[in-house]
Design a protein around this ligand. Structure first.
Ligand SMILES: CC(C)(COP(=O)(O)OP(=O)(O)OC[C@H]1O[C@@H](n2cnc3c(N)ncnc32)[C@H](O)[C@@H]1OP(=O)(O)O)[C@@H](O)C(=O)NCCC(=O)NCCS
Length: 201
């Protein structure tokens, strides 16, 4: 009997280890395959609650400037509440899509784009995008934003408003590239870029 209990324990422990491995490293290469301009491959899919470790790693390894451009401040840790906010989205009023890449056997989150619907005007949403430093400049930000725009349009949204730091030339250029007639409204050190989805898509 004692022998059976020992086996049961080992079985349960093994299953637990396998589940943790699965959640963190294994079998997570799902989503649409996208080949970047430099030949590397990423997969694009909606963000899920179990992506928290990918967000933690991405923030820890990003350059200061990238973090500053995305959040307006340089930080290295998300609070548990922030992590829940970023990964536990309802898919309708708060939608997030990300790109993953496998490097050195581990899965990394290399980009994320999201929108949050404006409760006062449900036909518009605030949007943001960020791409990992070593994957910038090869078309991922633009492609991910187009995926975001498609998801927004199918949920009844017609405009995306992106707060961009006035000094963030790459992001301002991306907005112009996506919508050549985008409106840019200064707001302190930020610029609110309003993109019309009829022109983006
Ligand atoms: C802004 C950002 C998302 C762009 O993503 P990316 O994957 O590097 O951009 P892409 O390679 O898709 O480029 C798309 C377009 O953006 C513009 N662009 C991108 N990087 C640029 C740069 N360094 N300088 C000028 N224009 C740039 C270009 O118009 C480019 O089009 P092109 O390739 O036809 O010339 C990325 O630099 C980033 O994550 N920055 C830090 C976070 C941030 O600033 N987020 C924006 C807050 S909303």
């Amino acid at each position: 009997m004692a022998r059976v209990r020992t086996w049961t324990w080992w079985l349960a422990a093994g299953a637990g280890v396998a589940a943790v491995w699965w959640l963190t490293k294994g079998r997570r290469d799902d989503g649409d395959v996208l080949r970047l301009k430099d030949g590397r491959v990423v997969r694009i899919r909606e963000v899920r609650p179990e992506d928290k470790p990918l967000f933690v790693h991405a923030l820890r390894t990003a350059r200061d400037q990238t973090v500053y451009h995305r959040f307006g401040t340089v930080k290295r840790r998300f609070s548990p509440q922030e992590l829940r906010y970023l990964t536990e989205v309802d898919g309708s009023n708060h939608y997030a899509i990300g790109a993953t890449m496998r490097s050195a056997g581990a899965l990394r989150g290399v980009a994320v784009a999201r929108f949050v619907r404006d409760p006062r005007d449900p036909s518009q949403a605030e949007a943001a995008v960020a791409v990992a430093d070593d994957v910038q400049g090869v078309g991922l930000g633009r492609t991910l934003f187009i995926h975001l725009a498609l998801a927004a349009r199918s949920r009844g949204i017609v405009r995306l408003v992106c707060p961009v730091l006035a000094t963030n030339r790459a992001s301002l250029a991306l907005m112009r590239r996506l919508d050549p007639e985008a409106a840019f409204e200064p707001d302190g050190e930020w610029v609110l870029a309003t993109l019309d989805l009829a022109r983006v898509l």
